[in-house]
Design a protein around this ligand. Structure first.
Ligand code: NAD
Length: 406
């Protein structure tokens, strides 16, 4: 089959590669000309394990352009960021739908972008010559290609059985396929992200109590996760969630709910807990004017360079407001902070180091390095990932709901 993917960011590019791996001919369209030129040379605009190899292996089936080609089948994967009022900004999706109708009336369009429930049905009404389906994306940055090759499920939002078959042929998966109406598909995506956010905030609250009573939240998480009704995934306490999806999707869903006079109490509480978790980490740092804090890891999670809504950046801002000198280190993400090229340089002369992203390098940072180069060897493990939890003498170690030894 031939398909055109509009938007070549994390979702669009990975989707396009997946389709090419399935043997389809894929044209990728993006407004960003520089991005497209580099992609045509096989240079990936994002950090994702295996992405440049995949681009090379599939280069004959991938074309990159800034022009909208005529096509029978489009996938929309442009951004849907948060507006100031918390609602979802659909302007890019709407602009793309208009351009598709102008270029290829009669085309089939798969919405991959995360859009609020009701959006695809509205697009269908506004563009009756097109045929829309909503197929939400569940990839995780950092393991995006693997997730794309082996998704946990394929949700197809359409009431058109023929179109549903086309979508199945396009994605060729052995995962469970669930065919629902577009609005249900849209809500499934938001419900999934909200549920994961609730799990994180839940365990973060338990972690605060664990600190207070002297329990170990990692063991609590293990103990409850063995119950199949609960499951162990997403029960790691830490500095809270961030990233390009959870905060904005929760904002969009809770805002939408309010317009329907419904309040999503649990989800709103998860969001408040997440904000408070950053205060909790801040309090552990015990910031003082002139103190030097090294943030180890800046990306919102390991395996990606994505900084959108990264907790490390929010923490840096808070610290700087308090007159703290902030330096950072990340193996992939690039920021405007005073960012050092190596972990050791970030640690040099620091009063406190805070692990904010659990990159393998952070998990393995040697106690000997902390004692040798830091002003005061104090480590706050904002991801409960340091492998030397029984910190050797000389290192003051504090995690989130996990007792460490001074
Ligand atoms: P992104 O910002 O990485 O990529 C969006 C791309 O779209 C950019 O390259 C931008 O230049 C391009 N673009 C914007 N307007 C355009 C237009 N009119 N024509 C052509 N190109 C245009 O975004 P992303 O992270 O890939 O997310 C895309 C969508 O997928 C969002 O709705 C997001 O919520 C959803 N999603 C993201 C993830 C994730 O982990 N990143 C996971 C699941 C779903």
């Amino acid at each position: 089959m031939q398909a055109t993917v509009i938007g070549t960011g994390y979702v669009g590019l990975v989707t396009a590669i997946g389709l090419a791996e399935n043997g389809h001919e894929v044209t990728c369209v993006d407004l960003n000309a520089e991005r497209m030129e580099r992609l045509a040379q096989g240079i990936a605009p994002i950090t994702e394990e295996g992405i440049e190899d995949a681009l090379r292996l599939n280069r004959e089936r991938l074309t990159f352009t800034t022009d909208y080609p005529a096509s029978d089948l489009y996938l929309i994967a442009v951004g849907t960021p948060e507006r100031a009022d918390g609602s979802c900004d659909l302007s890019a999706v709407e602009a793309v739908a208009r351009l598709i109708e102008e270029t290829s009336p009669g085309a089939s369009v798969i919405v991959k972008s995360t859009v609020p429930p009701g959006t695809t049905a509205r697009l269908q009404d506004e563009h009756p010559t097109l045929r829309f389906a909503m197929v939400p994306e569940f990839l995780r940055e950092g393991t995006a290609l693997a997730d794309n090759r082996q998704p946990s499920r394929l949700i197809i939002g359409t009431t058109d059985a023929t179109f549903a078959k086309t979508v199945e042929q396009l994605f060729q998966t052995t995962a469970p396929v669930v065919v629902v109406d577009p609005t249900t598909a849209e809500l499934t995506k938001y419900a999934a992200n909200s549920f994961l956010a609730v799990k994180i905030s839940f365990i973060n609250e338990i972690a605060r109590l664990a600190d207070a009573v002297g329990a170990d939240v990692t063991e609590v998480a293990h103990g409850i996760g063995l119950d199949p009704r609960i499951g162990s995934a997403f029960l790691r306490a830490g500095a809270g969630y961030g990233g390009s999806c959870f905060p904005k999707d929760i904002a969009a869903l809770t805002t939408l709910a309010r317009t329907h006079e419904t309040t999503l109490h649990v989800i709103e509480a998860a969001d408040r807990t997440n904000e408070a978790q950053l205060d909790y980490v801040l309090a552990k740092i015990r910031p003082e004017r002139g103190m030097r804090v090294a943030l180890l890891g800046l990306a919102f999670k390991p395996g990606t360079d994505d900084l959108r809504d990264a907790p490390a950046l929010r923490l840096a801002e808070r610290l700087e407001q308090l007159g703290v000198v902030v330096v950072g280190y990340d193996p992939a993400a690039r920021t405007l902070l005073d960012q050092k090229p190596t972990l050791e340089e970030a640690l040099r002369g620091a009063d406190v180091a805070v692990i904010m992203t659990e990159w393998p390098e952070m998990k393995a940072v040697a106690p000997e390095l902390l004692t040798r180069v830091m002003q005061t060897p104090r480590l706050i493990d904002g991801r409960n990932c340091w492998q030397y939890v029984d910190a050797p003498a000389g290192v003051a170690y504090e995690a989130i709901g996990r007792p460490g030894k001074e």
